[in-house]
Design a binder for this molecule. Sequence first.
Ligand code: PEP
Ligand code: MN
Length: 340
Amino acid sequence: MIIIMERNSTREQAQRVIDFLEKNGFEVRYNIGEVHTVIDALGDKTTITPGRLAGFDGVKEVKIIREPYRLASRDRKQEDTVIEFQNGVKIGGKNRPVVIAGPCSVEDSYDALLEIARAVKEAGGAFLRGGAFKPRTSPYDFQGYGEKALQYLRQAADETGLLIVSEIMDACDLDLMLDYVDVLQIGARNVQNFRLLHAVGKCNKPVILKRGLASTIREYLLAAEHIMYNGNSNVILCERGIRSFDDDFTRNVMDIASIPVIRKYSHLPIIVDPSHGTGQRYLIEPMAKAGLVVGASGVMIEVHNDPENALSDGKQSLSIPMFKEVMARLNKFIDNLDNI
Ligand code: PEP
Ligand code: MN
């Protein structure tokens, strides 16, 4: 860490910082100048975080040299993490990007879910997604069918040979979810729900951790670190767009650059969700392709048997015929990805 003192800070203020660092085992080098004082500290940042030092009087800025996430970092593990499932499906590394698709919410018709699941399987998808517990902005909106939805998902997935992804909103549902799903999803709104991160960290089920609506990349990787620190290293990241000022045309801004950035700084696989990333069904295909070109290990797509009457996210859901067409093109695109 490098600690830069305020221009008018006193020698005593600098000395207090230095004494504190040395007392905590840091190797400290410093230059107390007439105008500028800079302190260079080498040591274990798990004991003293930059935030602790920022609280000292006279400190202007604390710059970090090593990224604060450790288990998630590429420094710690050079090779890409690959998450492998019992049926042989793999996410990450040089494996063919996977497709995760399904309705935003599991609704009240098993037959409709099965029809979607069949389309996902036929199109080469590996995972059926669907919400049982829905994080909704309004309490008046559909909140999800809970366990009944999980039962539908399991049955449809087993009938078609797919794996299941579904969102967990509360740690108290963990045991129930573990009985049904193959991948736990933590949604954008819960990316910093640390108790939930700790709870899923204590099981070994793979987790898709979505980027928060306003997560910086560092905050996002630290959220993944919370899961890994608690023992679960099966974390899959997911770029799903971040909030910005212009939501007239897109629901979120899909941060395509975050994919190669995260791949540079972390060994964890990252997928893209152009449905939530854009909020528009016509943008799903181009943004899925964009994500794949820059290194995404998979795509998550919302598809519904009747988008106009969907209980959530109909506007960004593909109909089944549209999904089939998009997937035909996406599969060809993936076949040629190495030549792009
Ligand atoms: C979802 O996948 O349906 C969802 C709610 O996603 P997000 O958390 O990215 O908004
Ligand atoms: Mn949705």
